[in-house]
Design a protein around this ligand. Sequence first.
Ligand code: DC
Length: 230
Amino acid sequence: MSKIIIAIDGYAGCGKSTTAKQVAKALNYAYIDTGAMYRAVTLYFQEQQVPLDNVAAIDAALEQIDIRFEANPAQQRNETFLNGRNVSNEIRSLSVSEQVSEVSALPAVRKAMVAQQQRMGQAKGVVMDGRDIGSNVFPEAELKIFMTADLEARARRRQVELQGQNQSASLNQIVENLQKRDFLDTSRAEAPLTQTADAIVIDTTTLTIAEQTDRVLALATQILAKQQTI
Ligand code: DC
């Protein structure tokens, strides 16, 4: 059976990652969390104190970064490895969240990550979530989803996610972080978050994860069935 690329873009906290992970599992596709890649770069830059206004230092730092994903079936999640170290929890911290939009707006960072994402998806059979997957990484993706949800619903979900990792942040802190990131992610010069004309919008404010997953799976199944008859 032929395989497709499923691009899931949208604001932070809409349930993109959870949905993408479950869709990938149901279709036996690879799941690639591109936000985790930008978060890992941010963590590396923070740890190595890379000055964000020094292009040469950024280029040199990017050369040193190796990001990989590994499935952890026991915990039903993908682990993110930065230069061989499992950073899955650290990259979700508020300090990384506070700086990731700034780091991900840097042209050299985007160029390096997009090239890696395109390599990861070249054989198709992937579900990739992020901000610019349908618009920039895989403009030819067979299925593009654009997820939205109310700000408060998104903040509450992020809070539960952080609590699950024993990290605490007030709802106000999270709302402020989301608003700031929404602004930076949609207004940056390089590949900003935009809804492409061919994307299907899913508002997840009142949906459960199972409902979100079912909607994406139904759309994917339709496309796959159509491809088989061609
Ligand atoms: O999906 P997330 O919230 O973990 O993403 C973290 C940040 O990374 C997000 O605020 C913007 C950036 N990002 C990006 O610029 N492009 C992507 N494809 C994915 C994430």
